[in-house]
Design a protein around this ligand. Structure first.
Ligand code: AHR
Length: 514
């Protein structure tokens, strides 16, 4: 049976909840503890990922400088504006699996001279390398985002990685790579800090064992570091993409503390890798299973962090969740290698829940990258020729940006109803530099609203916003791009340090307090 969460159905569910299970006596109670946690939620948790995959880069964010679509150096202006609005803190590129077949020198110099390549990772399509190192790093500069480069560890070489680092970072003209960069139009270095060494090296990145990978990693990590840059680089090693904590153990044990700053892990909310289900026409059971997989992120972080704590008790090495999100079957009629899917309220639930999990693990999770930015997997932006739309996931990211670089507050929930193994209600809270506190609440339950009391002590609500829709399958289309967008939320009461609200099924609510 397909879920049809109509307003009628929801109203019925609310009555049931109020009369049978969720009356005044057992309302969910949220406590915000204003005491300092001394933990900052890194803005980098709100990072993104753009791979050379399907219509992510070519035919997505990059249309070329001769396109009729308004652009800046080939990148769509509407996308630049949308990403700036999010305060996008970092962007990972060029992959993913693609990173391990990419040779950066193919993508520099005059565009007409650049080598065409076959993207053997994703659909064997031909790419003209019009979007290369300069285009990517200049885009990051325009966005005010930190670039995060993934080096080719599989079909590339240590030398190629060293030269890339020198090309983009060398300030003093001591090498011919600096001369080359200047010839190609860039005088000053970009100072790229974040370097991923390999990607999924246990699979598409070379099918390596953890021992082999960590030894090879050390060659890259030492070679790209030199007397003048070691302090400046943040080197990220490959961690697991499934509950293989042995991999984490081996990598953390074998790589000395002075050679690693981050460990990357990947987790997608997929309930069945053989048949991932439709991105719009999913059943209530599929919705439920997706939420269970999204909630697994909490356990995945805890178990990896437990291993990391053994080798890095001071939590200096960041857990970098550089691929996360929902992954479904491609939309019918689209190329199966292009991973193009729609984005519904289900995806908004994955985003709200996952970002709460990351915020609450701010001590260990230092960066995360949603997969992916445009037209691929849980995209925040979809395009169709000149048209462009923002997805429900985009709106969650926008509502949550208030947590970027804010101080995490500790929170407690009493009487939290469950949704399978997952708690129905999740939240995180933080205080920003101006002293305002933000509380993000999510109810992932597919059909029940819940009464919540939020104890805010001496703080008072200033405003609140909500993302909700009638059906969990609802999504934005090019004909109706604003069907789902945040609205002001007024449906709450405040009295003597307590906010009470009825949080609708599958909705996200963010409060601002001072
Ligand atoms: O994001 C799509 C792919 O998923 C990436 O290329 C790879 O790292 C992962 O398996």
């Amino acid at each position: 049976m397909h879920l049809q969460f109509s307003k009628f159905f929801k109203a019925f569910a609310v009555i049931l909840v109020a009369s049978f299970g969720h009356s005044q006596n057992n309302a969910t109670i949220v406590k915000i503890n204003p005491a300092e946690t001394n933990q900052t939620i890194s803005k980098h948790i709100y990072g993104h990922f753009a791979e050379h995959l399907g219509r992510s880069v070519y035919g997505g964010l990059y249309v070329g400088d001769d396109s009729a679509i308004p652009n800046t150096d080939g990148v769509r202006n509407d996308i630049i504006e949308a990403l700036k609005e999010l305060n996008i803190p970092n962007l990972r590129w060029p992959g993913g699996c693609f990173a391990d077949i990419y040779h950066w020198k193919d993508g520099i110099g005059p565009k007409e001279d650049r080598k065409n390549i076959e993207n053997v990772s994703w659909g064997n399509v031909r790419e003209d390398n019009g979007f290369g190192t300069h285009e990517f790093l200049n885009l990051c500069e325009t966005l005010g985002a930190e670039p995060y480069l993934a080096v080719n560890m599989n079909s590339g070489s240590v030398q190629e990685a060293v030269e890339w680092e020198r090309y983009v970072n060398n300030p003093n003209g001591s090498s011919d790579l600096t001369d080359l960069r200047k010839e190609n139009g860039r005088e000053t270095p970009w100072d790229v800090k974040y370097w991923g060494i390999g990607n999924e090296s246990w699979d598409c990145g070379g099918d390596m064992t953890a021992e082999y990978y960590s030894n090879l990693y050390k060659r890259y990590a030492t070679a790209i570091s030199s007397y003048d840059n070691t302090e400046k680089l943040y080197r990220i090693a490959v961690g697991p993409g499934e509950p293989d904590y042995e991999w984490t153990e081996t990598v953390m044990k074998n790589i000395p503390a002075n050679r690693i700053e981050g460990l990357s892990v990947h987790h997608y909310s997929v309930f069945d890798w053989v048949d991932k289900g439709h991105s719009i026409e999913f059943t209530d059971e599929e919705y439920f299973k997706t939420m269970q997989r999204a909630w697994f992120m909490d356990e995945f972080i805890n178990k990896n962090a437990e291993v990391m704590d053994k080798y890095d008790p001071e939590k200096k090495v960041g857990l970098i969740v550089d691929e996360w999100g929902g992954w479904y079957n491609v939309l019918p009629g689209t190329n199966k290698s292009f991973l193009h899917q729609q984005n519904t309220m289900r995806d908004a639930m994955i985003a709200g829940l996952t970002l709460n999990i990351f915020n609450n693990h701010a001590d260990r999770v230092h960066m995360a990258n949603l997969a992916q930015t445009v037209n691929v997997l849980q995209a925040i932006i979809l395009t169709d020729d000149e048209k462009m739309l923002l997805t429900p996931t985009y709106h969650v990211m926008n509502m949550y940006k208030v947590h970027q670089d804010a101080e995490l507050l500790s929170t407690e929930i009493e009487n939290n109803p469950s949704f399978g193994d997952a708690p129905a209600i999740s939240l995180s809270a933080s205080t920003d530099k101006s002293g305002k506190t933000h509380v993000s609440l999510v109810n992932i339950d597919g059909d029940k609203s819940y009464e919540i009391t939020v104890n805010v002590d001496k703080m008072k609500p200033i405003s609140a916003s909500i993302l909700e829709s009638k059906k969990v399958q609802d999504h934005n289309t090019f004909d109706n791009p604003d069907k789902i967008k945040p609205k002001e939320f007024k449906d709450f009461k405040y009295k003597k340090g307590k906010i009470t609200l009825e949080i609708p099924a599958f909705s996200v609510v963010v409060f601002e307090l001072n």
